[in-house]
Design a protein around this ligand. Structure first.
Ligand code: ASP
Ligand code: MG
Length: 423
């Protein structure tokens, strides 16, 4: 009998009525002949509210107490979800992360799952019951409650699905959310965007890294590592969503599966730096220590000087500036130049690994849309162009069109290599 892990996010369980609807989902899956384990997030914005509440007591709450506090949100949801299932005549048992056997390290607020002892879950499932597990939490070696970092319920669900080895007998991890699935672009920006039936873990991760926030990236990584098929679907609609699976399982040979826009970026250029070993580490170590992520690093050398430029989220510019100013002070040379109002357009697809001409197709599309490119970066399965913020949406639409991403038009590898692809 296949086992399905169903995870319901905060929006899906934000009201008693919605919880009831989710409970019906669980029953449907059982009626279809599956064993079902459930993971739930805190209702609506509960976690944010708990954080605000703590801030009203003290500006520096201890991380241990924050985890104790935040973990209560999910406890409310699992209890209500179990009650809802009981009312429908279904045996259900609510469990905290610790009760479900989720052992983590001791890093409060950003704990990592170390091990899952799924014995109790198996026992409940074996007795035809439904374990209903708190997302986002586990237990540290000393018995303290830990949380996995914001958005961590996705990780709980995929990790449980891995521990229960759902793939072995045709099960999946279903992530119920408030979107229908993964789209070729954000439908709010590109109205012709189409829902993808399949996407690989790798593509999903790259899309997430450039702004398509459908699932928590750590959960996708977990899925990839343990080969858990993940089905992202809408909690209030019956339609199938998008399956995230290993690349080998995707039959269509599509070159680009999606594109995304990361708005509101700034570029920091450090000019007149000394050449020689170690300068990069000196710059990026303090930036990393300040927990700021940088992207699109470009280094150029001229005479005895080096210029290093990189992009950061707009909101991080002030912090990066102060870190860099301190460094330049220590070096006794160099200057900072900051440009704001930039955006990044990216096209993603594993088909790029084996097919040429993808980058040039994207550049042609941007050129024809009159969008100047300031910088280009590529990975094996992604091409990104930095453009002016004001051109971001138009550029995204042009790239989406160029790869035929509107419903049913995708450029396949065969079309790409024979030059028959639509442009
Ligand atoms: N409730 C937690 C949060 O809001 C975990 C989750 O929703 O995934 O971050
Ligand atoms: Mg949430």
């Amino acid at each position: 009998m296949p086992t399905i892990v169903q995870k319901f996010g905060g929006t899906s369980v934000s009201t008693p009525e919605r919880i009831m609807r989710c409970a019906h989902r669980v029953l449907e899956a059982r009626r279809a002949g599956n064993r079902v384990a459930v993971v739930v997030s805190a209702m609506g914005h509960t976690t944010d509210e708990l954080i605000d509440l703590a801030a009203k007591v003290t500006p520096n709450p201890s991380p241990r107490e924050m985890d104790m506090l935040m973990a209560t949100g999910e406890q409310v949801s699992v209890a209500l979800m179990s009650m809802a299932l009981h009312s429908l005549g279904c045996d259900a048992v609510s469990l905290t992360g610790g009760q479900a056997g989720i052992d983590t390290d001791a890093a409060y607020r950003k704990a990592r799952i170390a091990r899952i002892d799924h014995e109790r879950l198996e026992r409940i499932l074996g007795a035809s019951g439904v374990p209903v597990v708190c997302g986002f939490q586990g237990v540290a070696p000393n018995g303290d409650i830990t949380t996995l970092g914001r958005g961590g319920s996705d990780t709980t669900a995929v990790a449980l699905a891995a521990a229960l080895d759902v793939a072995a007998d045709g099960g999946t991890c279903e992530i119920y959310t408030d979107v229908d699935g993964v789209y070729t672009a954000d439908p709010r920006l590109v109205p012709s965007a189409a829902k993808l039936r399949h996407i690989s873990y790798e593509e999903m991760l790259e899309l997430a890294s450039v702004g398509a926030a459908v699932m928590h990236p750590r959960a996708v990584l977990f899925g990839e590592k343990f080969g858990v098929p993940i089905h992202v679907r809408h909690s209030q609609k019956p339609d199938l969503g998008t399956l995230i699976v290993p690349e080998e399982q995707i039959m269509e040979d599509i070159v680009v599966v999606g594109c995304a826009l990361k708005p509101d970026l700034g570029r920091v250029s450090l000019k007149g730096l000394p050449r020689g070993a170690g300068i990069q580490a000196q710059i990026f170590e303090p930036i990393a220590a300040a927990n700021i992520s940088v992207d699109d690093i470009v280094q150029t050398e001229f005479g005895d000087a080096t210029t290093i430029a990189f992009t950061v989220e707009h909101g991080d510019i002030a912090d990066v500036k102060s870190v860099c100013q301190e460094l330049l002070g220590r070096l006794g040379r160099g200057e900072i130049d900051v440009e704001v109002g930039l955006a990044k357009i990216s096209a993603v697809g594993t088909g790029m690994k084996s097919h040429a001409g993808v980058a040039s197709r994207m550049f042609r599309a941007l050129a024809e849309a009159g969008v100047p490119i300031h910088n280009i970066t590529t990975s094996e399965i992604k091409i990104s162009a930095i453009v002016d913020r004001q051109h971001g949406e138009r550029g995204l639409q042009a790239v989406h069109d160029a790869f035929g991403l509107a419903a049913g038009e995708a450029v396949t590898a065969a079309m790409q290599s024979s030059g028959r692809g639509r442009r």
